[in-house]
Design a protein around this ligand. Structure first.
Ligand code: ZN
Length: 302
C-alpha cells in the first residue's frame, strides 16, 4: 500500500493557503519507507501540520533546482541536525552533487549525519533506475522545462500471490514452503514438483509518477504507462498558457488518457486560481478520474 501526502501544491509564487511543492510517499509492506519528492520553502512546517514526521524521511528526490522545489532543503537539513538525526540522508536530482554541496556550504553549521547526493541523468529518453530494493524501484526520466528537470516514478515490483482454490486442487497445505515457492518458483511437495504458475497469479505492482515541472512531454507518457497515479504539473488553464515551461490542465489530462493511467492528480497550480472547480471541470472533460491537489491532501493507493 502507498500513501501520498501533498504538503505543497502551488506553482512559483506561494499563496496563503498553498505552499511550494513537496510530496511525501509512504510505502507500506511489513515495514514503512518514507520518501520526499521536492522540498519547497516551508516544507518542514507543512510536515508539522500533517501527521508525518520529517525525521522518518529516507531519501529526497528533487525534480529540478528552482527555489520553489528545493529552498526547503536548507532549513530541513539543519532542523534534522538539531533534532539529532544520525541516519544517512540521500538526495537525488539532476546535478544533485553540485547543488547539495552548495546547500551544505551555506551558513555556519556542523553537519552531524551523512548527506549523500546522487546525480540523475537529465538528457535523453531513457528511464533510469536510480534506487532498487527487493520490493520496489525508483526511476527517473528527463522532462521538458526551462532548466534540467526529471520526473520520478515509484514502481512496486510485480509479485506472485497464491490462489487458495488452486492450492486445494493440488492438495497443498499452507506453510513455509509457499514462501519458498514464491521466491524460487518451484518446490518439491510430497514427492511432486510444484511450479508457482500452477498455484499462483501475478499481482501487478503499484506505480506512482510525479512529473515535476514540465511542458507536455513524450517522456512523461513513456514513464507513466498504465500508472496507478500520475501527479502532473498543471500550472494553468488552457486560455492562460503564456509561457512554454509548464503544462496546462488540458495537456496533463490528454497525457493521462493517452497512456491509460488510473488516476490523475493535478498540482503546481498557479496562485491566480482560487476556484479550483474550473480546473477540475476542464480536466474532466478529457480525463474523468482527475483530482486537483490541495495542501495536506492524502491519497491511498492500493
Ligand atoms: Zn515550479
Amino acid at each position: 500500500m502507498i500513501n501520498i501526502t501533498f504538503l505543497g501544491t502551488v506553482s512559483g509564487i506561494p499563496s496563503l493557503n498553498r505552499n511550494h511543492p513537496a510530496i511525501v510517499l509512504e510505502y507500506f509492506s511489513n515495514y514503512r519507507d518514507v520518501f520526499l519528492f521536492d522540498c519547497g520553502e516551508g516544507t518542514q512546517k507543512q510536515f508539522m501540520k500533517s501527521d508525518l514526521s520529517f525525521m522518518d524521511i529516507e531519501k529526497i528526490f528533487i525534480t529540478h533546482w528552482h527555489a520553489d522545489h528545493f529552498a526547503g532543503l536548507i532549513p530541513l537539513i539543519q532542523t534534522m541536525n538539531l533534532e539529532k538525526r544520525q541516519k544517512p540522508l540521500t538526495i537525488y536530482g539532476p546535478e544533485a552533487e553540485r547543488f547539495v554541496s552548495d546547500i551544505l556550504d551555506l551558513g555556519y553549521f556542523g553537519l552531524r549525519f551523512p548527506v549523500k547526493a546522487v546525480n540523475v541523468p537529465f538528457e535523453g529518453n531513457e528511464i533510469t533506475t536510480i534506487y532498487e530494493t527487493d520490493d520496489y524501484e525508483i526511476q527517473s526520466i528527463p522532462v521538458l522545462h526551462s532548466v534540467p528537470t526529471v520526473a520520478f516514478c515509484f514502481k512496486e515490483k510485480d509479485r506472485w500471490n497464491i490462489d487458495e482454490k488452486k492450492l486445494a486442487e493440488f492438495n497443498i497445505k499452507k506453510g513455509p514452503w509457499l514462501k519458498k515457492l514464491k521466491k524460487e518458483g518451484e518446490i518439491e511437495y510430497k514427492g511432486k514438483k510444484i511450479k508457482i504458475k500452477d498455484v499462483g497469479y501475478v499481482k501487478k505492482g503499484l506505480k506512482v509518477v510525479y512529473t515535476g515541472d514540465t511542458k507536455p512531454c513524450e517522456n512523461v507518457g513513456k514513464i507513466s504507462k498504465d500508472a496507478d497515479v500520475l501527479i502532473h504539473d498543471a500550472t494553468f488553464l488552457e486560455e492562460d498558457v503564456s509561457e512554454k515551461a509548464h503544462a496546462s490542465v488540458k495537456d496533463a489530462a490528454k497525457i493521462a488518457k493517452k497512456v491509460n493511467v488510473k488516476q490523475l492528480i493535478l498540482t503546481h497550480i498557479s496562485r491566480r486560481y482560487t476556484n479550483l472547480d474550473e480546473l477540475e471541470k476542464e480536466a474532466k472533460e478529457i480525463f474523468k478520474n482527475t483530482i486537483i491537489a490541495k495542501d495536506l491532501m492524502k491519497i491511498k493507493v492500493k
